[in-house]
Design a protein around this ligand. Structure first.
Ligand SMILES: Cc1cc2nc3c(=O)[nH]c(=O)nc-3n(C[C@H](O)[C@H](O)[C@H](O)COP(=O)(O)OP(=O)(O)OC[C@H]3O[C@@H](n4cnc5c(N)ncnc54)[C@H](O)[C@@H]3O)c2cc1C
Length: 327
């Protein structure tokens, strides 16, 4: 039986294991299970190549309380930092292993079932984030537009195209910046009239692009229908003042969803749409913790926040089981 099984090798999962090693839990007693073939699947998939990874993303203070911490850096530097952490703390990560279920055992601990086999652990930390299932719009997307509709900018190369970005958060702004840099003509559709969720840098960058005529912003616009027209996407808006327009590509930046069914099947209690977490990010199931984006709430999370949550969860575990924390 492992002391700790961690599900997900993103910033939260990796920092959780680093914290556990720091308090003296031996490497062979900690297992990280990751469905991707490498760590940080979400960062690799959703961050555009040239993105600056911000330490105070979403305006969350860049104060670090645990062993891991990032300053502003590139996507590659962030991934290298996580590579080095895995090496330095001799973390054991099983890749290509998706966790399908976690079952509390009668006496103590948990059974964790994966796509390959099952394992047992005294405690489990779920750090699978919310980006596995990006939010999709409520209206129908014609199948014939599948290659024209995107939820990230790493799966297809978009250059010199007419693109519509849909969203109004930091991701939407960063996607606009990236698409302009790659020679695309960019329109942004946002349902609000003010960009209140953007951090300062992304706000300033987006406004500068608009002023230079490189991005057209449709403030207060709601898409009603998406149709196929000669292989392109024809967008019909609810508001009459926005005429229907045709685009080569639509890029959605609408955030992700909490994997509610997965968490409820384990027995974790919810309040509304959010899982209930107590001090140290423990759920209603004793010994089962939720950290990272999963516990960040509606505002969303950041890398440093995920690192800090891991430190707090470890502190709480040591408080309850001091015998496993030797250092
Ligand atoms: C476009 C974009 C830009 C961003 N920019 C910044 C930024 O500049 N600075 C910043 O601090 N934050 C940024 N963020 C937010 C940041 O990426 C997240 O807060 C952070 O990645 C959360 O880490 P996590 O470990 O909780 O989840 P994730 O990073 O989502 O990692 C979860 C891991 O769990 C794995 N997994 C999922 N399901 C299973 C399963 N069933 N079994 C096994 N493994 C599983 C996934 O493959 C993944 O590797 C950005 C987010 C986006 C989308």
């Amino acid at each position: 039986m492992y002391e700790m099984i961690i599900v997900g090798a993103g910033p939260a999962g990796i920092s959780m294991a680093a914290e556990a090693r720091t308090v003296g839990i031996p490497s062979e007693h900690i297992l990280i299970l990751e469905k991707g073939d490498t760590h940080s699947w979400a960062i690799r998939k959703f961050y555009p190549a040239s993105k600056v990874v911000l330490a105070n993303y979403k305006g969350i203070d860049a104060i670090c309380t645990g062993v891991m911490c990032i300053a502003d850096m590139s996507k590659e530097e962030t991934l290298t930092y996580i590579d080095r952490t895995i090496e330095q703390y001799e973390l054991s990560v099983h890749y290509n292993e998706t966790v399908h279920g976690i079952r509390p055992l009668q006496e103590e601990g948990f059974e964790v079932a994966t796509s390959k086999r099952s394992y047992q652990a005294q405690r489990c930390v779920i750090a699978i984030g919310i980006l596995d299932k990006p939010n999709k719009p409520a209206y129908r997307i014609p199948v014939s537009l599948n290659t024209r509709v995107h939820y990230d900018l790493t799966s297809a190369v978009l250059e010199n195209e007419d693109c519509l970005v849909v969203g109004g958060g930091d991701t939407a702004s960063e996607y606009c910046q990236y698409l302009v840099e790659h020679g695309n003509r960019v329109t942004l559709s946002y349902r609000q009239t003010e960009f209140s969720r953007l951090n300062r840098i992304n706000h300033e960058s987006l406004m500068a692009l608009e002023q230079r005529g490189q991005v057209t912003i449709l403030r207060g616009s709601n898409i009603n229908q998406l149709l196929e027209e000669s292989g392109r996407a024809r967008v019909v808006f609810e508001e009459e003042k926005f005429q229907p327009q045709s685009f080569g590509h639509i890029v959605y930046a609408l955030g992700g969803t909490t994997p509610t069914n997965f968490l409820k099947a384990i027995g974790i209690a919810f309040e509304g749409t959010m899982p209930i977490v107590k001090e140290g990010y423990e759920t209603s199931v004793p010994g089962l913790y939720l950290i990272g984006d999963l516990s960040a709430g509606k505002k969303g999370g950041s890398i440093n926040l995920a690192f800090n949550m891991a430190a707090e969860a470890m502190q709480s575990i040591c408080g309850r089981s001091p015998e496993i924390c030797r250092e």
